[in-house]
Structures are given as C-alpha cells and as structure tokens.
Design a protein around this ligand. Structure first.
Ligand code: C2E
Ligand code: CA
Ligand code: CA
Ligand code: CA
Length: 281
C-alpha cells in the first residue's frame, strides 16, 4: 500500500553486516560533529492503540557523517557519555526538538515530543533549568514534553538524578521509563519515582503473542504499570500479530515498524495523513 511504499522496507536501525565491526568514533570526531551541526533528529510516531490517534513522537538522533553516511546513536552515545560531551549533545537534540515541536504546533499538529535523556545529564540542577527554559522559549507546555530515561541506568546509582527527575515532574514535564524489563527494578523502587509512562522494551513485545516467556514479561510489565498508574507504551511493534496482542491486552500506546519507522520531520505530516486513512479503513 501507499504507506508501505512511502516508508520503504524497514531495516533494523543499527544493523551492520554479520561479522562487520562497527566503527567507534572518538570524542574529538564527535566534538567536531557537534560544532559542525552534523547531528540531526529523526522522529518516530507513538500512536494510541484503541483509537489509532497519533499522540506524539520520540526524538532519535543520527549523525549525518560527511564520509560514513548516516551513523546510528549506538555508535556515539557511549563516547558522548564517557567524554562529557553528552550534555552538549542532549542540549543540541532537545533544542532542535523544541523548535520542531513549535513548528508542528503552529501547523496544528500538537504532538507530544519525547527526548532521550542520559543519567549523566541528571548530575546537576543546570539540566532542569536548561530544559525548562528551552521549552518555554518555544512556547511548548511541559505536559507535551516527555523525558525518557533507561531503566537499567536508573537503578544503578540514584540520589541526585532522582531528585532532578522529581523536580522536573513537579514542573509538569512527563517522565518515561525506557527499555523496561531490562533493568530489574523492584516495585518498591518504582513507587519512589514519579514516572508517567512505562515503555516495555522491544525485546519483550515482538512475538510475545506466541512466545510464553516473552508474554509473561510483557504481561507483568503491563500489570505493574497499571498498578502504578502509568501509561504503557509497547516498543518494537513489528507486525499485525504484535498489534493485535496490544489491542487484546489494552496496552495504551504503540511504537515500532508496524506503525512507522523514525522519520525526517518533513515526512511526519504526510505520514499522519496516510496513517489516519489506514486506521479509518
Ligand atoms: P531507544 O530509546 O530504546 O529507541 C528505540 C530504538 O529502537 C531506536 O533505535 C529505533 O529506531 C528502534 N526501533 C523502533 N522501532 C523498531 C522496530 O520495530 N524494530 C527495530 N528493529 N527497531 C526499532 P536508534 O534510533 O538506533 O536508537 C538506539 C538507542 O540510542 C535509543 O534506544 C536510545 O537509547 C539511544 N538514543 C537515541 N537518540 C538519543 C539521544 O538523542 N540521546 C540519547 N542520550 N540517547 C539516544
Ligand atoms: Ca527511548
Ligand atoms: Ca526503548
Ligand atoms: Ca533501547
């Protein structure tokens, strides 16, 4: 169909040929890339499972490398964290996301916009001030900004980051716990953190309708989120069977290749029109 034609065939974003080692970039290369504005944001839609409504997008950074082409974040986020460039990177991504959110807002596409935040960003109160100011500058309400933090990192060391997250929550930013199921959180730990959204890791979503082990983790995550009053997002929804499972079990939101791969911002309005046609029929 038209939608499939437009999106092309999904290739796993970070796939490289078997046996090929992925290039790891140096901090100097990344620093130069930030300076030359080579980092660009893609946006992957999140849709409501029951209504099909497009609720928001997740910002996913890529490096448009002058020689190597499009480089995926698993090849440079680790370097950014290890070298202290992660604050600069997150601010660059966040600022561009707010500018984009404003443009969509003006085009009457009020999309909630999610940005990935590293635990290393949550070391100082400066981050909170930056986020609040950058959103306010573009007229984006905190309720429409989602900050995604990975579960595994969250449970490692806690105090200072948790305080900053709590303060962001008090300012009405939405907090999302990412890659849920990979980090061994306990109910007690989760109760202390004011999260609005829980994202079930894609490893527990695709094929969960036929694999008992995956299904058990999927069900447990869903029920935990329900008990803690969080909205649930299933990541990595790849086919009709995955989608039907979400419908049957009452999962709130879906994200993944079955809905849309990450898009360039200019492709988002056209995708929304095609998606609305697809859910109407
Ligand atoms: P994530 O936050 O869990 O993002 C989801 C990843 O899964 C994205 O990979 C997305 O392209 C991919 N994905 C989505 N749907 C499907 C699907 O149906 N099938 C498959 N095979 N993959 C799917 P991506 O863009 O390569 O990002 C990888 C990770 O890099 C992200 O995982 C996130 O942890 C990190 N990341 C991305 N952008 C940023 C950023 O701006 N800042 C930080 N700190 N981390 C980022
Ligand atoms: Ca994420
Ligand atoms: Ca995730
Ligand atoms: Ca992930």
């Amino acid at each position: 169909d038209a939608l499939a034609a437009m999106l092309g065939k999904w290739a796993p974003p970070s796939a490289s040929a078997p046996g090929t080692a992925k290039k790891v970039y140096s901090a100097d290369e990344l620093r130069a890339a930030l300076k030359e504005s080579e980092l660009i944001n893609y946006y992957q839609p999140k849709v409501a499972v029951a209504s099909g409504e497009v609720v928001g997008v997740e910002t996913l950074v890529r490096w448009r490398h002058p020689r190597d082409g499009i480089v995926f974040p698993d090849q440079f986020i680790g370097v950014a964290e290890a070298s202290g460039l992660i604050d600069d990177l997150t601010q660059t991504v966040f600022t561009a996301a707010m500018t984009q959110a404003k443009a969509w807002q003006e085009a009457r596409l009020p999309l909630r916009i999610a940005v990935n935040v590293s635990m290393d960003n949550l070391a100082s109160i400066d981050f909170l001030n930056f986020v609040a100011e950058a959103a306010a500058k573009e007229g984006i309400a905190p309720q429409n900004v989602v900050l995604e933090v990975t579960e595994s990192r969250l449970m490692q060391d806690t105090r200072a980051p948790l305080e900053i997250l709590t303060r962001l929550r008090l300012k009405r930013f939405r907090l999302s716990i990412d890659d849920f199921g990979t980090g061994h959180s306990s109910l007690a730990q989760l109760r202390d953190i004011p999260f609005d959204e829980l994202k079930i890791d894609q490893g527990f979503v695709h094929r969960a309708s036929t694999d008992e082990t995956l299904r058990a983790i999927y069900d447990a995550s869903l029920s935990l989120a329900r008990q803690l009053n969080m909205e649930v997002v299933a990541e990595g929804v790849q086919d009709q069977e995955d989608w039907e499972l979400l419908r049957r079990t009452g999962c709130d939101l879906a994200q993944g290749a079955f809905v849309s791969r990450p898009l360039l911002p200019e492709d988002v309005p056209g995708w929304i029109e095609l998606w609305r046609e697809r859910v109407r029929t």
